[in-house]
Design a protein around this ligand. Structure first.
Ligand SMILES: [Zn+2]
Length: 241
């Protein structure tokens, strides 16, 4: 096997994420084999790979099988790692850690520089209380915006939206079409927010977790398993109180 694979930057990001989900063990195996294993409380996926295969060959393989990996991972629990920091001078916002640049002459309330991971802000948010307030304001703006966008797209009626700091759920849907969303979703990438929103919207059509529910969900939001994984890998507890 030679290094004939050339991955795009998007594919490299996917490979990176897949490798956080998978444990790869190489040995005297004839072919690839996925197995779910358990250690203590944690279940995880192991990919057994023939030791002759080089890294790029394995990368191409996991990329090709990503949908199945995400689906398998969805059913497992993960050891949560605190990979995203929310330290001084930085803020975790929409799945990224931005360096805070306070500039009181700024025209807009804030500007995101995604190339350099800098957030320019008009007000000084580099104080824990202000940081939480900023994130809260954004949660109350962005979460309903996205929910309404999808509800309109799928022609679903929503009675009410409640946004709070729920301890153990990302979202919920009541039988009267009231949707709850966790405020901490504002720390997650838009793709993970959308995954939760579409999960809750699918409950309007199926008020359970039946096969039909997941079939609907996969239809309305095909990358559900992949985007949901983010929420399990990155710990966002205790950041927003
Ligand atoms: Zn559900």
């Amino acid at each position: 096997m030679s290094n004939i694979y050339k991955f795009s930057s998007e594919e490299l990001e996917d490979i990176d994420l897949l490798k956080k989900i998978l444990i790869i063990k190489r040995g005297n195996f004839k072919a690839y084999k996925f197995r779910k294993e358990k250690e203590g409380f944690y279940k995880f996926i192991v990919l057994y790979a023939p030791k002759l295969y080089n890294e790029n060959t394995i990368n191409a393989y996991i990329l090709k099988n990503q949908y199945n990996i995400y689906k398998m991972a969805y059913k497992c629990f993960f050891k949560k790692t605190n990979l995203l920091e929310n330290t001084q001078n930085h803020i975790l916002f929409l799945g990224k850690v931005y360096k805070i640049d306070y500039d009181n002459l700024l025209q807009a309330d804030f500007i995101l520089n995604d190339e350099e991971n800098i957030i320019h802000t008009k007000h000084n948010i580099n104080i824990p209380y202000k940081k939480s307030k900023f994130l809260e304001e954004q949660a109350f703006k962005i979460l309903p915006e996205r929910l309404n966008m999808y509800a309109e797209k799928f022609k679903l009626y929503i009675k009410n939206i409640k946004i709070k700091n729920y301890k153990s759920l990302w979202g919920a849907c009541y039988t009267d079409n009231t949707i709850l969303l966790n405020k901490r979703l504002i720390l997650c990438p838009k793709s993970a927010i959308d995954a939760i929103i579409c999960h809750e919207l699918a409950h309007i059509m199926h008020p359970n977790h039946s096969k039909d529910f997941y079939a609907t969900l996969e239809k309305i939001y095909p990358s559900y398993y992949k985007d949901y994984i983010w929420l399990n890998i990155y710990k966002t507890d205790n950041i927003l109180d």
